[in-house]
Each structure stands twice: as structure tokens, then as C-alpha cells.
Design a protein around this ligand. Structure first.
Ligand code: G3P
Length: 216
């Protein structure tokens, strides 16, 4: 499973990239707004750090506006992926962008039906938000199981990759990988938690303590 980092924070992206664990980056308007910098300069910095798909989101809600924004952002790099909301106008834009060879990531996906439609329209990626489903008492991971089952049916010829989004804790990552999702996009704080195991810390402390007893 590929791991993307879900943030627009440059320090977090640089750190995770140095750890060698990330394959790409996803942003959204909320994440960009937290940084207090202009959008283009943030994206330029991300592009200079990570050589992989970088998702950036359109703000228009009509297909014409979305395509216009997408064409402009796609000029920034071949790694740019255009995030488009899961609405009818959005899928219209996805179809047009797909025909032009521009990669798309259909976002704000909360149901299997939405994922089927996004794949039919030719989305490169689809982003189901599992944490937000869990928040309202649904089983977010169940839609990932269903999507993986449907997308892998070769008769359907779907090429869309599933990005598990709205990841809240390390167990979401383990489950996504077991189910066979293509990608999980993970906040920095959750990647940090994935490193942690008390036996690693205890074991390292003992090795270092014992090493001091070795006769030189
Ligand atoms: O980037 C989309 C998604 O991962 C947002 O997550 O935590 O705001 O539900 P969250």
C-alpha cells in the first residue's frame, strides 16, 4: 500500500519524506488555510520535496470553473493531481480532465455508490473519508472493503485507485492495508504513532546500557 501524507505543512512533509515512508501528498482547503501562506508557494515547496502525486483541490463548484482551475494547476508539474468534489458538476469535470490526460482525485466520498460513479467518470483516485463516517456512527472501513471488492472485479475495467482518507489512528492504516486499498493518506501525527512501540524503546535503552559494560 502506498502512503501519502495528508497535510500542507512543509516541516511535516520534509520530515516524513526524510524518513523514506511517503509516496505522495494530499492537501485540502482546510489544511492549506492552517498554514497562513499563499497556496502556490506552498505547492511549489511540496513539489520540490516530494517526487510523487500531490493532490490540490479546486474551489469552483461548476464544471467549467473546475476545469479552468485544474488546467492552470496542472501546468505546475506532472505530479499534480486535481482534487474534485463528488458532485455531478465535479464528475463532469473529471470526464473532461481525464480526456485531457490530467489526473484527478474525487474527494468527499462517503458511499460506495459515489465511488462507483467516480470510477465510471474516469477518476484517477477516489478519496473515501472514513474517519468522518466513524464520527457519525457509521463503519467507515466497511465502504473500503466494498470498494476494493468492486474495483478489483476485472470485468468492470475500473482503473481508479482508492485513497483511504480522513485517517484518524494507526488501526485505520492496518485495516486499509489488510483490505488491499491502494493508498492511505495519513496525517503526520498518525505516521508518528505508527513508529511507536514501548518494547522498542525499552529494548533500545537496555542495549545501550549493556553496551557500556562491554570491555574495550
Ligand atoms: O484530506 C481529506 C481528509 O483526509 C480529511 O480528513 O480528518 O478532516 O476528516 P479529516
Amino acid at each position: 500500500m502506498k502512503i501519502f501524507i495528508d497535510t500542507a505543512n512543509i516541516d511535516e512533509i520534509r520530515t516524513a519524506n526524510e524518513w523514506g515512508v511517503i509516496d505522495g501528498v494530499t492537501t485540502n482547503p482546510t489544511l492549506v488555510s492552517k498554514e497562513g501562506k499563499d497556496f502556490k508557494s506552498i505547492v511549489d515547496q511540496i513539489l520540490s520535496i516530494v517526487d510523487g502525486p500531490i493532490s490540490v483541490e479546486v474551489i469552483s463548484t461548476d464544471s467549467k470553473g473546475m476545469v479552468k482551475e485544474a488546467l492552470e494547476m496542472a501546468k505546475w508539474s506532472e505530479n499534480i493531481v486535481i482534487k474534485i468534489p463528488m458532485i455531478p458538476e465535479g464528475l463532469k469535470a473529471v470526464k473532461i480532465l481525464n480526456e485531457k490526460g490530467i489526473k484527478t482525485n474525487v474527494t468527499l466520498v462517503f458511499s460506495v455508490n459515489q465511488a462507483i460513479l467516480a470510477a465510471k467518470a474516469g477518476a484517477t483516485y477516489v478519496s473515501p473519508f472514513i474517519g468522518r463516517l466513524d464520527d457519525i456512527g457509521h463503519d467507515g472501513m466497511q465502504i473500503i472493503r466494498d470498494m476494493v471488492q468492486i474495483y478489483k472485479n476485472e470485468k468492470y475495467g475500473f482503473k481508479t485507485e482508492i485513497i483511504v482518507a480522513s485517517v484518524r489512528h494507526p488501526l485505520h492504516v492496518v485495516e486499509s492495508a489488510k483490505i488491499g486499498a491502494h493508498v492511505a493518506t495519513i496525517p503526520f501525527s498518525v505516521i508518528e504513532k505508527m513508529f511507536k512501540h514501548p518494547l522498542t524503546d525499552i529494548g533500545l535503552e537496555k542495549f545501550l546500557k549493556d553496551w557500556k559494560k562491554v570491555v574495550e
